[in-house]
Design a protein around this ligand. Structure first.
Ligand SMILES: [Zn+2]
Length: 97
């Protein structure tokens, strides 16, 4: 009795199903082209390099839109963000000066 073979085939069927669910990429493409996005810091018109959580960016930049989850940053502002969020303890110490 080839019970093992039957088991094996039904298993691979399941795996195919799982793969198929990930496929509809065309539906996810409703986003506009990312090239058009500009830096989220007001007054800055540079092209976006990275996006970071607004929660974190708020500690570095003021006047951010809190209704947004992420903010897009240009290279310059991302550098600044990284510098200031790197090692919170150090930043606190600097604040005393
Ligand atoms: Zn910028």
């Amino acid at each position: 009795m080839p019970t093992g073979a039957t088991r094996g085939s039904s298993r691979s069927d399941l795996m195919l199903f799982g793969k198929k669910e990930e496929e509809p990429q065309s539906l996810r493409k409703s986003k506009p082209a990312e090239e058009e996005v500009k830096c989220g810091i007001s007054g800055c018109k540079e092209a976006v390099a990275r996006s970071v959580p607004v929660k974190k960016a708020k500690a570095v930049f003021y006047g951010l839109d809190p209704s947004k989850r992420r903010i897009h940053l240009c290279k310059t502002h991302y550098k600044e963000f990284k510098k200031k969020t790197k090692g919170d303890r150090d930043a606190e110490r600097w604040g005393w000066n």
